[in-house]
Design a protein around this ligand. Sequence first.
Ligand code: IMP
Ligand code: MG
Length: 187
Amino acid sequence: MYTTGIKHELMDHIDPVLFDDEQIAKRVREIGEQITTDYIGRDLVLISILKGGVIFTSDLSRTISIPHQLEFVGSSSYKRGNSPSGGVRITKDVDQDLEGKDLLLIEDIYDTGNTLYVIHELLKLHRPASIEICALLHKKKNHIHQLKMTYIGFEIEDQFVVGYGLDYQELYRNLPCIGVLKPEIYS
Ligand code: IMP
Ligand code: MG
């Protein structure tokens, strides 16, 4: 299951594994090939959303065979009162003017949609040629913001998952697979 052969200590906290490293690599490659086809001749910039989207972005970028740039946007979500949706704070803006460029937002997971909505609005101000979204995971639930996902890695149920960039209290991002965090870890 793990081509690296590394026994990650925190794997004991995961049950079940939803997607192992080989399944992820295969799917990432498929998406990369699709993006390559769709963006030939265009001025593509991948906009990676920190921090959860970084591992996905770095793998995806290397499966895209046309020239493209990388940019990073930092975001952090917080709970507003007892509302489940909360707000989103931008912690890092892009480093260049993106006017006329073809932007592809790379996010770890489409959950409520708050993060993607706020960053999408921010990027529109640059007057890019286009903005599309690529999310590694799509949680099947009623999203607060309905957004068009041009590329989706995998659909999952509405449960808390970690690994391959996704964290719980800033840990688990380095796990090569994606899995459900055992409820006893956070309860
Ligand atoms: P949003 O609710 O769609 O704005 O998602 C905000 C952020 O919450 C995502 O970018 C993830 O970093 C994080 N998140 C949402 N669901 C999960 C999960 O199941 N595991 C880990 N992080 C999650
Ligand atoms: Mg997080």
